[in-house]
Design a protein around this ligand. Structure first.
Ligand code: ZN
Length: 703
């Protein structure tokens, strides 16, 4: 018996009766009943209903014998049966010669040799771990293309979610990966496939078991297999599944049909990644040797039809919309939509001096509104090296940007002029003024710093870091490092951290984006969070707002996956004509938190002080951290991060007792003796996250 059944008991109770072992995992409510051939998992999917998953321990049979739903004390009605998890692992390489190494974004992985492998499932087994209100079961060995590990399923108390992961490790160096995954059956017995098309309209197709598999572009990243007794939706982690790119194209991230990629054979459905992406830079996911790569997917089991399954999935991302939060406005930054360029080109084509046809309400305006963005900060004129523009040309172009963003801003959306200069400071940086400002990015010999130009008024010329600082001081602007420590800002802001402009309060810090990507990490985007900690330890009092750094934003693109948002503590949307100084003050004051959208930190204080404020520590003080959290996916953990000017300290709070769609007030006394700053991060099971800016501490240094 002991050889057959290797349970790891944590808060569990095992009962053995006549060839059947029954395990009650107390906190998750999961009941495991195991015989020699079968594992039956019953878990509460709501207060009223149980999900029932039956797994076969016979390697000649499909791993999933059935998935069903049972009302309490009723037998289960089967929704799907005879399914095998199928995963295609595509293994390529990162460029080991790139000076930025694993961090490099400018890497075209798909232009080097790569190979796709169907993950082979090996020996079946049952190994259980319980964490909080969730139970993970390792079900089968898995291997493909130099990687090996296992397939595991996690069930959550009172949740219809099944988190299926193929977790694998390689010993080979410089591997980059992507994966496609789903479920396949030799005897598909459901009736319909359903999805929302990229316009958001529901579509369905009658099951045709002989139809060849095709990738499909959908809205909301979800696809549903549906029958008379219920539906099973498949969808990825909304952000983590998408490696960083310049374009947020919808690269057909789901699939269904027979013999997917000519490797699956059976009829199946699932999620997929594109090896070539936007055909620009495609760094894929880093898979360094020895790391456990989690190739994950979510399934949602419901009695409902395909439409209601899609609606249930959409709740996890608030319908791909940043939720309104009282006394906050959403601010997003760094978009190269090149509206001014398009405007001028189309004016020329259409021989008009007015608004060209087709640009009355551009796609990016519709997209920002659909995502729930209040304030969007653009990065125009990225296609050209601004310093080489002749002055009249540049001033005319700035006028188009200013006039157009005034025209397109309204009571719902404020569009802010901005640029990503690549001159004068080193690396790339973002510019933000509180009103339209005319400036050129160069200052030829003999040109004054500022002059009056007929038709434009005051025009600044910057030819050095000192000029840049003087301009931003004169116009109360803010500037910061774009994509710090990566891309063309590799080595920055570190290389200019001792300059006058860096120390100025006009220099905000560095912007955060989930880049690079590594599926072995439980969080996204550690690069700039580490920078925020470093800058805080330098004593610099800088901020790290989220940036998105993509090109076009169109309503049918997969924009939500690539986005993050900053919730500014700002109650009233400024009018374009009044200027937007309050936006800059909220940024400069650290009065915001940043999130992928699924987790909200609507209040965060330490000793009563909010992010950006300063707390005076007294001897033997144990200030209390208080935070109001709201979330959609079950949470994983929170981390309190602090520093003493040299070292970074992390204190992790386990949140595995949380379910879906919850709220909680965290209260935690902190020992901050000797610390100079403290901040909070919160992460969920899908690597969605939210983080605050630091609270600054004084008086904590040992006397
Ligand atoms: Zn850039």
């Amino acid at each position: 018996m002991n050889k057959l059944f290797s349970f790891r008991l944590a808060l569990g109770l095992a009962i053995s009766t006549l060839g059947c072992i029954k395990l009650l995992a107390a906190d998750s409510g999961v009941i495991l009943e195991q015989t020699e051939k079968q594992l039956r998992v019953t878990w509460p999917i709501s207060e009223q209903e149980n999900g029932v998953a039956v797994f076969s321990l016979d390697e000649t049979k499909p791993l999933i014998e059935s998935l069903g739903i049972a009302a309490s004390r009723q037998p289960a009605s089967v929704v799907m049966k005879a399914l095998n998890p199928v995963t295609l692992l595509t293994v390529g390489s990162r460029d080991s010669k790139n000076p930025q190494g694993w961090g490099a974004f400018f890497d075209k992985t798909s232009t080097r040799p790569y190979e796709t492998f169907l993950v082979a499932l090996g020996k079946r087994r049952v190994q259980t771990t319980n964490e909080g209100n969730r139970t993970t079961i390792r079900l089968a060995d898995a291997s493909a293309g130099g990687f090996s590990g296992d397939v595991r399923c996690t069930f959550f108390r009172n949740s219809p979610l099944i988190h299926l992961e193929t977790v694998m490790t390689t010993k080979e160096d410089w591997r980059a990966i992507i994966y496609d995954t789903g479920l396949a059956s030799a005897t598909p017995d459901w009736d319909w496939m359903g999805w929302n098309d990229t316009s958001g309209n529901f579509q369905s197709a009658k099951l045709n078991p002989s139809a060849a598999a095709e990738p499909l572009a959908v809205a909301g990243r979800a696809l549903v297999a549906s029958g008379r007794t219920g539906s099973l939706a498949v969808f990825p982690a909304p952000h983590q599944f998408f490696y960083p790119q310049d374009e947020a194209f919808n690269n057909k991230f789901v699939w269904y049909g027979r013999d997917y990629a000519k490797r699956v054979g059976d009829f199946g459905f699932g999620i997929r990644q594109s090896p070539t992406g936007d055909d620009r830079y495609v760094p894929w996911f880093n898979a360094p040797p020895g790391t456990e790569q989690h190739l994950g997917v979510f399934y949602l089991l419901t009695r409902g039809d395909a439409r209601s399954a899609l609606a249930e999935v959409a709740r996890y991302t608030h319908g791909d919309r940043y939720k309104r939060l009282p006394d906050h406005l959403t601010y997003t930054s760094h978009y190269h939509v090149e509206h001014s360029k398009n405007f001028l080109e189309r004016q020329k084509q259409q021989q008009t001096t007015g608004v060209p046809r087709g640009l009355e309400t551009p796609g990016f305006v519709k997209t920002f509104k659909a995502r729930g963005v209040d304030i969007a900060h653009l990065a125009e004129f990225h296609y050209e090296d601004g310093s080489r523009l002749s002055e009249t040309n540049r001033l005319a172009k700035l006028k188009v940007m200013h006039d157009e963003l005034r025209r397109l801003s309204d009571g719902e959306l404020l569009l802010l002029p901005g640029e990503e200069p690549n001159v004068q400071l080193g690396g790339h940086w973002m510019s933000l003024f509180p009103k339209p400002v005319n400036w050129t990015l160069n200052r030829p010999e003999g040109t004054p710093f500022v002059e009056e130009v007929a038709g434009y008024g005051k025009v600044y010329h910057v030819g050095s870091p000192a000029d840049v600082l003087q301009l931003f001081e004169a116009e109360h602007g803010l500037f910061w490092t774009a994509h710090p420590r990566i891309k063309a800002s590799f080595g920055f802001p570190d290389q200019y951290k001792d300059t006058a402009f860096f120390h100025s309060d006009r220099f905000l810090g560095g912007a955060w984006k989930a880049m690079p990507a590594d599926l072995s990490r439980p969080t996204l985007g550690w690069r700039v969070l580490d920078l925020l900690d470093d800058m805080s330890n330098w004593g610099a009092k800088k901020q790290a707002p989220g940036e998105v750094d993509t090109f076009r934003m169109e309503p049918d693109y997969e924009t939500y996956a690539h986005m993050n948002i900053n919730y500014l503590r700002l109650a009233k949307l400024p009018r374009y004509d009044d200027g937007w100084q309050p936006v800059l003050e909220a940024l400069r004051g650290g009065e915001f938190f940043t999130t992928t959208g699924e987790i909200l930190i609507s209040r965060f204080t330490v000793g009563g002080q909010q992010s950006g404020q300063t707390l005076k520590l007294r001897n033997n003080d144990q200030p209390v951290l208080a935070a109001e959290l709201e979330w959609t996916f079950p949470l994983a953990f929170a981390e309190v991060i602090s520093g003493d000017g040299e070292k970074v300290f992390r204190q992790r709070m386990d949140l595995t007792d949380t379910g879906s769609f919850g709220t909680r007030t965290l209260r935690l006394p902190l020992d901050l003796k000797g610390r100079t700053w403290v901040r909070l991060e919160v992460w969920d099971i899908a690597a969605n996250g939210a983080f605050t800016q630091p609270v600054w501490l004084v008086g904590g240094k040992a006397e």
